[in-house]
Design a protein around this ligand. Sequence first.
Ligand code: CIZ
Length: 301
Amino acid sequence: MQKDLVAKIESLKKEKKVVILAHNYQRGEVQDIADFVGDSIDLSRKAATTSAEIILFCGVLFMAEAAKILSPGKVVLLPDLKAGCPLANMITLKELRQKKKEYPGAVVVCYVNSAVEIKAESDICCTSANAVKVVESIPQDKEIIFIPDKWLGDYTSRIAKRRLILWDGYCATHLKILPENILLLKERYPKAEIIVHPECTRDVIEMADQALSTMGIVKWVKESKATEFIIGTENGIIHRLKKENPEKRFFPASVLAECPNMKLTTLEKVLWALEEMKYQIEIEEDIRLKAKKAVERMLEI
Ligand code: CIZ
């Protein structure tokens, strides 16, 4: 059954010259049919450089929007329009404008997990891989509003040694990873390296050996001499880690760290997206151009 589905996807993909991109948090079987697996910016860059005219983005809405920001001439498809990001939805344009009024002159640093309108209203974008560098690039005399993830902001503030005006947003999936989960696993697997994502809470990050973005985790695990790892992020990444490092063992910090939105994309929906060419991401040009500026400023760093 799954074999038939995969065969149909492969054949339609070739026929329509589509590139399939999958985020590191997608279901294993979706990662397996993708041309590229990565983080949102990595994949958006791939979308911009591929010769394919149609990009099928297996991820959540802000990721497909990021691809469209950089590739306006291409058709960008998201298999399920309900695949949103609760963290991205934790700040509205009205709220951001109000915050900017409270801190006139402050630079707005916006995590990639945000809607295109929010990016358009921000000065510079960042990812979890480069948030520290982005903050460090801002002159010391400037105040910085960091949106929307308070835990990534808290981590960035401590590493960059810079006061940030934080927004009260968070990733509900990363918050499912608790210090007691880490303690228990550390006792059970004392030789395991503990790698967590900077969207985790401060107490979880402080118990870890490393706090890294998804691509940071992929790279770290490959290069590390350790053979066991406790992974504190959305559990979809463990599929990739096992595939690329079959000799190593991985333990999810919490079995509850599953993003329901990421898991909305199934092989069936990928096939329907290819058959019906939906759902197409559209962005108003003036908003896209403003958002692109914020993304490009980040890419220049
Ligand atoms: O940038 C991304 O794709 C996200 C949301 C996380 C990460 O660490 O890759």
